[in-house]
Design a protein around this ligand. Structure first.
Ligand SMILES: Cc1cc2nc3c(=O)[nH]c(=O)nc-3n(C[C@H](O)[C@H](O)[C@H](O)COP(=O)(O)O)c2cc1C
Ligand code: SF4
Ligand code: FES
Length: 561
């Protein structure tokens, strides 16, 4: 029954009876629609984002009436539902009297590699050439498809090396759904020995021996921070259980696409590593947080998790696959945990660290997708698979995501001691007509280096002397056709869009920096001051690293500003 009372018991003032409670009233039809979508309860609080996806997918937006109904169904305040719905870019909140978005949405990537490949001109052509009543064209950050720039999503379908013709043809054919890649399934994986390591360990393994092997390999976190993986397991184990695990599949750092690359080929290499790590820390449950930009991956992982359940390798429901909703900051591990709990992705203050208090305040092991692929390989092939490779005095291997002005953009597995010259060679050299000018070594958080610094191994700990770091090994190569200041501006625009807004130095600093960087001449003193405040006073890595592109242009490309 709707909360409609006849006797005026809700009072708004002395003697004044109200027929309804304050605020937006429950609409019976919208409530019935939400109930039909959600099914029978219970409706745990942490599933809020999943329920918002259900409504957005079914109705193309989140109407105020549906949000009100969802709040009712979940016994949450409207404010709570609304603040979460409006935090994420992939939800369209539509209030009473506002027009819903058109049936089809194109999100065109405007991050660096796509911008270099002509995203702006394509966006203009799409906006001019398509009927806005039928299709809306939105700008979007990197969608992890940089090797086929310019990239866009038409509905849920990715269009590589996008052109107006390709988009029109796909619209005419109604091709707006994800295309599932041809990947190695469970049977094929098991046929070549897959899951034998996991099953052996579960049968008679000793987690400390496993931890030692991982540590001996030199494996470090490949989400960007480079924390030694074996050590992390020890921290999580040191905290009293019950423990949980979360996989970071957010892959939002522009230029990074290695996780997607591997998942769409051999997802079980990752899943086995995940289950080994979960076994090692005795995780009671595992959450996979996968970015919404990868609908094909979400679909194939769902299928393969069902296959693992059917094969008795995991208990039903042991792995909970969660879908992000378009927020780069949810790659930061504590923001990801907030999002898994169904909240806005706002980074937490530390300590306590997530290894001690993570999801639902339980000790939580967080790993990047690629880190877990290496766990499988190290335990199957021995630590030598990593520590047996040496190049330029560095040990190990690295999957570099390479895009920009190279002949063959893609993911390249190379020694971790590779220099930018090695990487460009692996990618087929420079693209025809392009001369090497500069590069982004590890995502926009790492800024830019000039072509003259071409003999440094692109590894953990080798780039600090140059004011940068390898991060997620997202290498973007720039040529004489590109401006370093333009690239830095693109990076700061990204950070300004993606700042969660929690702390002033980052929220205001990123926007202010964008304004200052748009001037013909950069105000170096002011920008330097701003960078200092952002680095010193931002809570998380986004605000602390956002000044790097500015600093690198002021150091290496001063003539441009
Ligand atoms: C702003 C920001 C964004 C991040 N984005 C990602 C991401 O998309 N994927 C990821 O695995 N790690 C990301 N990280 C790093 C995670 O916080 C965390 O260190 C990592 O998931 C831990 O896994 P690992 O030890 O296997 O690398 C990000 C960190 C920051 C500060
Ligand atoms: S530094 Fe930026 S992204 Fe990080 S918590 Fe502060 S406002 Fe949010
Ligand atoms: S997909 Fe456009 S920069 Fe990555």
């Amino acid at each position: 029954m709707a909360l409609d009372q006849k006797d005026g018991i809700w009072k708004s003032g002395k003697g004044k009876g109200r027929r309804t409670p304050k605020g937006r009233q429950l609409d019976d039809a919208a409530w019935a629609e939400v109930r039909a979508l959600l099914g029978d309860g219970p409706f745990p609080r942490d599933m809020l984002i999943e329920y918002l996806h259900l409504i957005q997918d079914r109705y193309g937006c989140l109407s105020a009436a549906h949000l009100r109904a969802l709040a009712e169904e979940m016994r949450l305040s409207q404010a709570e539902v609304y603040e979460v719905a409006t935090f994420y870019a992939h939800f369209d909140v539509v209030k009473e009297g506002e027009a819903p978005p058109p049936a089809l949405t194109i999100r065109i990537c405007e991050s660096l590699s796509c911008e270099m490949a002509g995203a702006q001109a394509l966006k203009q052509a799409l906006s001019d050439g398509l009927d806005p009543a039928q299709v809306r064209v939105l700008r979007a950050p990197c969608m992890g498809r940089c090797e086929t720039a310019p990239a866009l999503h038409l509905g849920h379908r990715f269009i590589d090396n996008a052109t107006m013709d390709k988009v029109q043809a796909a619209i005419a054919a109604g091709h707006t759904h994800p295309v599932i890649p041809d990947y190695q399934g469970l049977d094929a994986y098991r046929a070549e020995g897959g899951y034998a390591t996991l099953l052996d360990l579960r049968d008679s393994g000793d987690w400390e021996t496993v931890q030692d092997r991982v540590a001996a390999s030199g494996l470090r976190g490949l989400g960007g921070a480079g924390f030694p993986s074996g050590k992390k397991w020890g921290f999580v184990r040191a905290a009293p259980g019950p423990r949980l695990m979360a996989v970071n599949g957010d892959e939002g750092e522009p230029g990074t696409f290695k996780d997607r690359w591997h998942l769409e080929r051999a997802p079980h290499l990752f899943l086995e590593g995940m289950l080994i790590a979960a076994w090692a820390v005795e995780a009671e449950r595992v959450y996979i947080y996968m970015r919404d930009e990868y609908p094909e991956i979400i679909s194939l992982l769902r299928d393969e998790l069902h296959a693992l359940e059917a094969a008795g390798i995991i208990a039903p429901g042991y792995v909970d696959l969660r879908r992000g909703a378009g927020a780069y900051i949810c790659g930061e591990e504590s923001a990801m945990i907030e999002s898994i709990e169904g909240k806005r992705g706002i980074p937490r203050h530390r300590p306590p660290f997530v290894a001690q208090k993570g999801i639902f305040d339980r000790p939580t092991l967080v790993h990047n997708v690629e880190t877990l692929i290496w766990v499988t390989k190290v335990l199957r092939e021995g630590p030598e698979v990593l520590n047996g490779v040496e190049h330029n005095g560095r040990k190990g291997l690295r999957n570099y995501s390479v895009s920009g002005r190279v002949a063959r953009p893609g993911v390249y597995l190379l020694p971790a001691g590779s220099t930018i010259r090695d990487i460009i060679d692996a990618a087929g050299g420079m693209a025809v007509g392009h001369t090497f000018k500069a590069y982004q070594p590890g995502g926009p958080s790492s800024g830019l280096l000039p072509a003259s610094i071409d003999d440094v191994p692109l590894d953990f700990d080798t780039l600090q002397a140059y004011g940068t770091f390898i991060g997620s090994a997202a290498v973007v190569v720039l040529s004489q056709s590109d401006s370093a200041r333009g690239a830095a501006l693109n990076m700061l625009e990204f950070f300004a869009d993606e700042s969660c807004g929690q702390c002033t130095p980052c929220r205001v600093g990123c926007e202010k920096a964008v304004t200052l960087m748009q001037a013909d001449h950069w105000d170096e003193n002011l920008l330097t001051d701003l960078c200092e405040v952002m680095v010193d006073a931002s809570i998380c890595g986004l605000g602390q690293a956002a000044p790097n592109p500015i600093k690198s242009v002021l150091t290496h490309f001063k003539d441009e500003v």
